[in-house]
Design a protein around this ligand. Structure first.
Ligand code: ZN
Length: 213
């Protein structure tokens, strides 16, 4: 395993990536873009812990368990500057409109350090991005990754959605999945699921998906 510090946040915390495998397709697993969605962070950390014990895939997997370390520390959706990182990416549909403080897009597209680090990381020719969030249970697909999403759906019973049902300007699914041809799955774990259940249910589904790549 290789550990990389991609950047430092506004509060000076490291944004850390953990790399496994040296050949094969490149997969990026993200947790904690929204700092209060601890289910996704727990899932990413459980996968990280498992891979540190045993990494069996002919793939290159990078895990960033806390893509928004300040938000994770402060137990809030936004980063420490009050910006929703999943509305701040430089997509064609980025909008300066502040619908509510929860969805604050930032002063300009890609204004935030965390997203600058993520955009830089996405230049590494990824085959698939899996971003772990929590909300109502759903697997959202952007780009050509329906087959992978179907494996997750089969093992969790979650439904697949190719349109989350409301506009999400500046989000990762649009930036990577639709505009950069990097297929992106936004995996919404059920909000409030007990953490031991999160760890029991979701990493195994992701391992099954990795086996198909
Ligand atoms: Zn989220």
């Amino acid at each position: 395993m290789i550990t990389r510090v991609l950047s430092r946040t506004h509060l000076g915390l490291p944004i850390t990536a953990f790399d496994f495998g040296s050949q094969g397709k490149k997969i990026l697993i993200l947790g904690g873009i929204h700092g209060d969605e601890i289910e996704g962070v727990a899932c990413a950390k459980a996968i990280l812990a498992s891979f540190m014990e045993n990494y069996p895939y002919p793939l290159q997997v990078t895990i960033i368990p806390e893509a928004n370390p300040d938000g994770c520390l402060m137990n809030q959706r936004t980063n420490s500057r009050g910006v929703d990182l999943n509305r701040n990416l430089p997509t064609k549909d980025w909008s300066a409109e502040i619908k509510s403080e929860r969805y604050h897009p930032g002063p300009s597209p890609l204004s935030e350090i965390e997203n600058q680090a993520l955009v830089q990381e996405l230049k590494n020719n990824y085959h698939l991005v899996l971003s772990l969030h929590s909300w109502k249970p759903v697997i959202n697909v952007n780009g050509n990754c329906l087959k992978e999403a179907e494996v997750l759906a089969k093992f969790t019973g979650y439904s697949i959605d190719q349109d989350i049902g409301y506009p999400t300007p500046g989000c990762l699914g649009t930036y990577a999945g639709l505009e950069r041809n990097i297929p992106t799955i936004t995996y919404e774990i059920e909000r409030g699921q007990k953490i031991d259940q999160v760890i029991k249910m979701h990493p195994p589904a992701i391992y099954e998906m990795l086996k198909t790549l």
